[in-house]
Design a protein around this ligand. Structure first.
Ligand code: AMP
Length: 355
């Protein structure tokens, strides 16, 4: 098996490494500041757990590497402007949007997009940072440097958020997990629920959209597509050319995890449709210290990233999978008593999704 170098050494790289181990695939997550000599990149397939990176001695080396999978796709998806343009080109539904270049645009933007507008930095915004919710009057508070560097989107009133995680291989074959229901608070994913018996019509709609995107880009590996549910339809919110937080439940709730699926796709290994065993819930651990008491619950699978705990920082997640939804709900109730107040509403939301 060829080794794999992952650009970026955060939790996604760590979980890719963990997924490679049983298959005998050596995965090396590398920080951007690593010395090129210290990385076995020449004999490796290269992938990334991040979407953009500065020029460093290592990234300069990799820029010309023949086995850097999807290299030219990252810049296209890491910037919200070409990403939105791509959706428009393919005729895929997305929140109506405009490039924000000058404060004089505001009256026209409110007239066209309505009174609830989201400003998003083109690059670099994540986990609730680099985004502003604007109602008429609020625009004066925006930092001046965002003009030219941001897009605006119509604020969408949605009934729910889902994501589709899929993978495509070099032969152009794609497989998908079941749609994952996601709850975000302050722009950060708190909890995901995946059900094997998902709405078939929405699933088909989502698969058609993501297939169109991956085929158009000739993409290889795992990609995630986040959507809003509006009426009976999906609007694409954003695309991530990598393994994704909303797919973490697949580590314990699917026959092949998203991390293993990504490795299989980029190494051109067999990539059958993963089987989904049972309903799964994933709870992100955000700014919370590890609590060994979680492990007293037999269904709880802890994935701890060994990062320093800081407010609003993802430091781990808990996966819970069981065929019986009532058993799953009982575990979530007990778990709630072992987690701080800010987890309570999302754990309740997950229980409601299982009802
Ligand atoms: P993003 O970083 O674009 O994934 O946004 C994070 C979260 O903010 C989304 O999952 C939504 O909950 C919310 N959000 C983003 N864009 C919009 C929008 N156009 N309308 C309403 N909510 C949004």
């Amino acid at each position: 098996m060829k080794p794999v170098c992952v650009l970026g050494n955060g939790q996604l790289g760590r979980m890719l490494r963990q997924a490679g181990e049983p298959l005998g695939i050596a995965v090396y997550p590398v920080g951007l500041d690593a010395e090129p000599e210290a990385v076995p990149y020449q004999s490796s397939v290269i992938t990334a757990e991040i979407e953009r990176w500065p020029e460093t001695p290592l990234t300069r080396e990799l820029a010309h590497h023949k086995a850097f999978i999807n290299r030219d796709i990252f810049p296209q998806l890491a910037d919200r402007l070409p990403q939105k343009q791509l959706m428009d080109t393919l005729g895929l539904a997305t929140a109506p949007w405009k490039l924000l270049s000058d404060p004089s645009q505001w009256p026209q933007l409110f007239a066209e997009l309505g009174d609830f507008i989201i400003v998003k930095r083109r690059t670099g915004g994540y986990d609730g940072r680099g985004q502003w919710r604007i109602r008429p009057g609020d625009e004066t508070e925006l930092p001046p440097e965002i003009y030219g560097e941001s897009i605006v989107e119509q604020g969408i009133v949605f009934s729910g958020e889902v994501s589709l995680v899929g993978a495509r291989n070099a032969q152009g074959e794609s497989v998908f997990y079941t749609l994952t229901h996601n709850l975000h608070q302050e722009g950060i994913l708190r909890t995901s629920v995946a059900l094997p018996d998902t709405d078939k019509r929405l699933q088909q709609q989502a698969e058609k959209m993501l297939t169109a995107i991956m085929d158009h880009l000739d993409y290889i590996g795992v990609m995630a597509m986040e959507c809003f549910i509006v009426g009976d339809n999906l609007l694409i919110n954003e695309l991530a050319p990598r393994v994704h937080n909303s797919g973490h439940w697949t580590q314990n709730g699917a026959s092949i995890s998203q991390f293993e699926l990504h490795l299989r796709a980029i190494l051109d290994l067999p990539m059958p449709q993963p089987k989904i065993y049972a309903p799964s819930v994933m709870v992100n651990l955000i700014g919370t210290e590890i609590n060994p008491a979680w492990l007293s619950l037999p269904l709880v699978r802890l994935h701890w990233y060994e990062k320093e705990v800081r407010p609003v920082r993802k430091v781990g997640h808990l996966n819970v999978t069981h065929a019986d939804k009532e058993t799953l709900k009982k575990t979530l109730q007990t778990l709630a008593s072992l987690l701080p107040t800010e987890y309570q509403s999302s754990l309740q939301w997950a229980q409601d999704k299982l009802s």
